[in-house]
Write a protein that binds this ligand. Structure first.
Ligand SMILES: [Zn+2]
Length: 312
């Protein structure tokens, strides 16, 4: 069974009817511009003309809009292959479940405070969350490596070097809080753009077509982002707005040779979220979301035959 390809401009698109067949969705329904593909455990929602789609309620920002071509509705091949497929078929990501090491990267530090508001500095919130995750994951039997354990300055290259000095299979999670316009709020999770896709919100450059170190983990990056973003939504509940999983070319994502994501756990520049972030309960919810996501991700990318036997 193969994907049915159509050309839209200079891009390759795949019809949603062939997506339905390939992934064995039971139904495809359309209401105006809204389309839903459903099976017992998965709901995949898209909208014609839109770049946002959602899988079981987790929002993904596609690189290209969903389009209509004749009687077909289509998703770009790049988005299907690089964004959606790793979520729908995580056990096809070869060897991704074999890690016992988690590298945590609390953003900023030392002379680099990151975002600052009336309550505190981003570097301190990032470290606080990372230390909680370290504690929780260590208790679960993981080895945790921290790029920094105190308020020290590290360049982006130094963070990448620390991560790449880890030779065991590992995953990398960079922890940040956001700043932006006064109305901006919510959580967002970044994974490295695949070759051919620009940094979120920036126009394309020739260098975007080059495949980078981090692109060797394209599928695992998305699966990890999905787990972390999904768990944060669960743990933060109505406290948060979902800004989705996005593509970026941050240095820690381009250079690290383990599956890697960068999480923004809320906006310090937003009046309400600034107070939430300064509350240890909120930071603990972020940390528990990351922790549970690591366990869920490991399970999702491990083929059933290789999963540890679970005792009731
Ligand atoms: Zn930051």
């Amino acid at each position: 069974m193969t994907w049915q390809e159509v050309r839209v401009g200079d891009k390759s698109y795949i019809t949603l009817n062939s997506v339905k067949k390939f992934y064995q969705f039971a139904t495809i329904t359309r209401d105006g511009k809204n389309i839903s593909l459903d099976q017992s455990k998965i709901k995949f929602q898209l909208k014609v003309g839109d770049q946002e789609c959602s899988l079981n309620g987790v929002k993904f920002i596609c690189s290209d809009p969903i389009v209509e071509k004749g009687t077909d509705v289509c998703i770009s091949r790049l988005d299907l292959q690089k964004l959606i497929d790793p979520v729908l078929r995580p056990t096809y990501i070869t060897g991704a479940g074999k890690f016992r090491t988690v590298i945590l990267d609390p953003g900023h530090g030392g002379k680099d405070s990151g975002a600052v508001n009336a309550y505190g500095t981003e570097k301190n919130y990032n470290l606080y969350v990372a230390q909680l995750v370290e504690k929780y994951l260590t208790a679960k039997g993981y080895r945790v490596i921290m790029t920094r354990k105190s308020d020290v300055y590290l360049s982006l290259d130094e963070r990448v070097n620390i991560a790449n000095a880890v030779k065991d299979p590992a995953i990398f999670i960079s922890i940040h809080f956001n700043a932006g316009g006064r109305a901006a709020r919510g959580i967002e999770t970044f994974t490295l753009s695949p070759a051919g896709v620009a940094h979120y919100g920036r126009s394309a450059r020739d260098s975007d077509d080059v495949s980078l170190q981090g692109n060797s983990n394209d599928s695992a990056n998305v699966a990890l982002a999905t787990a972390v973003h999904g768990q944060l939504r669960v743990k933060l509940g109505t406290n948060t707005r979902d800004r989705g999983i996005k593509r970026a070319r941050y240095s820690v994502l381009t250079g690290v040779n383990h599956p890697a994501i960068l999480l923004e756990g809320g906006f310090m520049s937003h009046a309400y979220e600034a107070q939430l972030i300064h509350n240890s309960k909120y930071l603990d919810a972020v940390a528990r979301g990351i922790t549970d996501a690591v366990l869920l991700y490991k399970n999702a990318v491990t083929p059933p035959s290789q999963r540890a036997i679970r005792r009731p």
